[in-house]
Design a protein around this ligand. Structure first.
Ligand code: 13P
Ligand code: SF4
Length: 326
């Protein structure tokens, strides 16, 4: 028994040493490569803590647009790193794990979306940033969860809209803006797992807790929510709202930032229906400190895009960035 305990303590010490090594190497390589490290709120806490910029999809796209670093290391998922590459075609953009995809992007292939679009002549295509570069290339405007409403409100009333790929965000924005939109029927595997029944039970046990939810959640969850917003909006909400307890219906990586930026409050993960960890994004969690270090050391995996796709995809992304300023 003692031997097992000792071994565990030894293992922990060596894991701690490894972590220190990765972190110091990442800092060293950042200088050597003149690299900027961008991280999404769903990344593991150790990665969040060493990033130069941490944010939601829009904030990270804006940081990528502004950077004068030579190398962008993207601790996030593929579509986010692709967006950074589209904005910076001449820079090296690295993603620690090239398989860090997104269920929304994977559920909306560009060829099928194009066929879908042909069924609705006279419609413009507004695509959520959680989509491939090929989908962006056939879109008129890109949006994120933090600017979707603002962007839709700038489209003339007479203009018909197709919204892809997230039906939950599309339905939510339709409701807040009163705009009818044709919706591609995609969804996020993480945000579809939350259990209304279990959340209501939690609310009974924590009567003062506010339910806050990402708009990728299903309608029954959003209907119960006290506040709906992007990851950065959720983070701001817990900082400014006087409540001391929050049930958080989004990927639990954000809890680290909530605890860091607004300590002393209770943040409860919204539970999935099954007894599983399916509220964790399996793609985001593919990135690790070790892979981050290795990608900087080896300068790969690198995001490489077809030039014509890249040029076409830049147009709706630039439109989004301009419309976000209005
Ligand atoms: P945010 O832009 O709100 O950070 O959302 C990104 C995402 O992938 C949510 O699942
Ligand atoms: Fe995609 Fe969902 Fe993961 Fe966000 S949480 S990256 S939408 S799979």
């Amino acid at each position: 028994m003692l031997a097992i305990k000792n071994k565990t303590a030894k293992d922990r010490a060596s894991q701690g040493k490894q972590k220190e090594f990765f972190i110091s190497e990442i800092y060293r390589l950042k200088k050597e490569l003149n690299a900027v490290l961008l991280a999404h709120f769903y990344q593991e806490p150790d990665i969040q803590d060493i990033a130069d910029h941490i944010g939601d999809s829009l904030q990270l796209a804006q940081a990528a647009e502004k950077t004068n670093a030579d190398v962008i290391v993207f601790a996030g998922v593929h579509f986010m790193a692709e967006t950074a590459k589209i904005l910076n075609p001449d820079k090296l953009v690295l993603l620690p794990d090239i398989n860090a995809g997104c269920s929304l992007a994977e559920g909306c292939p560009a060829d099928l979306l194009l066929k879908f679009k042909e069924k609705y002549p006279g419609h413009i295509l507004i695509s959520y940033i959680n989509c491939s570069a090929e989908v962006k290339a056939i879109s008129d405007i890109i949006c994120t969860s933090s600017n979707a409403e603002k962007i839709i409100r700038q489209i003339p009333e007479s203009q018909k809209i197709i919204f892809a790929p997230d039906k939950n965000l599309g339905r939510y924005i339709s409701k807040t803006t009163g705009r009818e939109m044709v919706l591609w029927q995609g969804a996020c595997i993480v945000h579809e797992t939350f259990s209304e029944r279990k959340i209501l039970e939690l609310k009974l046990r924590h009567p003062g807790a506010k339910l806050i939810a990402h708009p990728e959640c299903e309608q029954n969850i959003l209907d119960n929510a006290d506040f709906v917003g992007s990851t950065s909006a959720l983070l701001n909400f817990v900082g400014s709202n006087p409540s001391k307890e929050f049930i958080v219906a989004t990927e639990p990586g954000i809890l680290h930032q909530m605890e860091k930026q607004t300590p002393g409050k209770l943040y409860i993960q919204a539970p999935p229906e099954a007894n599983c960890s399916c509220n964790e994004c399996p793609y985001m969690k593919l990135n690790t400190l070790e892979k981050l270090y290795l990608c900087m050391k080896d300068k790969k995996p690198e995001i490489i895009l077809d030039k014509s796709v890249q040029e076409k995809a830049l147009v709706p992304i630039k439109r989004m960035l301009e419309m976000s300023k209005k």
